[in-house]
Design a protein around this ligand. Sequence first.
Ligand SMILES: Nc1nc2c(c(=O)[nH]1)N[C@H]1C(S)=C(S)[C@@H](COP(=O)(O)O)O[C@H]1N2
Ligand SMILES: [Mo]
Length: 208
Amino acid sequence: MHVRKSPVRKPAASEPIGKPLPPGQHAAKRWPVLHQGEAPEFDPATWDFRVFGLVAQELRLDWCAFQTLPRIEQAGDLHCVTRWSVLDTRWSGVLARTVLDLAGPLPDARFAVMHGEAGYTANVPLAALRDESAILATGANGEPLEMKHGFPVRSVLPALYAWKSVKWLRAIEVTADDRPGFWESFGYSNQADPWKEQRFAEDDAREK
Ligand SMILES: Nc1nc2c(c(=O)[nH]1)N[C@H]1C(S)=C(S)[C@@H](COP(=O)(O)O)O[C@H]1N2
Ligand SMILES: [Mo]
């Protein structure tokens, strides 16, 4: 009998069997909490969510309006550059693509800056937000998001390192040019592909 060699690399001892992890990552036993500064307060009376910049129709939704958007539920991983990963969280929320389509990015639009509360930002290619894995989550594992994990809305971009998944997300700014966000301006990778281990700016030139 001919046995074909498995194309999947052998998992390290700490990895759960069956799901490969990006290089240099281990599966966290509990879901860590990691952010700059304090978690903000949420006031549903004043909270809003905006899509602005290079769009046909700027969008501003209050909390009631945000909750009427078409909803999805799907699994997605978080890979923190400090080397922990949280696998297969069941996120509920809205596809990022849904709010982009409502605003209608103009032909020159190629990037976005994700704006969190208190000035935290992360830059991403617009294509990463159009990807069907990109979620604006309001819930995780059947419960509303905990405040410390980004309630009421956080982005979840499982294909990129987790600093690009902005907690307490308030706006998406659509741009023509790429503008570094908070960690990117401190020398972290612009592309941030965990499968290519693009942790720092110097890793972006390398295609693994
Ligand atoms: N607004 C905001 N979002 C943020 C951060 C932050 O400091 N502020 N930290 C990022 C980092 S580095 C990680 S690893 C994840 C952690 O998400 P968690 O605390 O829900 O595990 O949030 C990301 N989103
Ligand atoms: Mo992180």
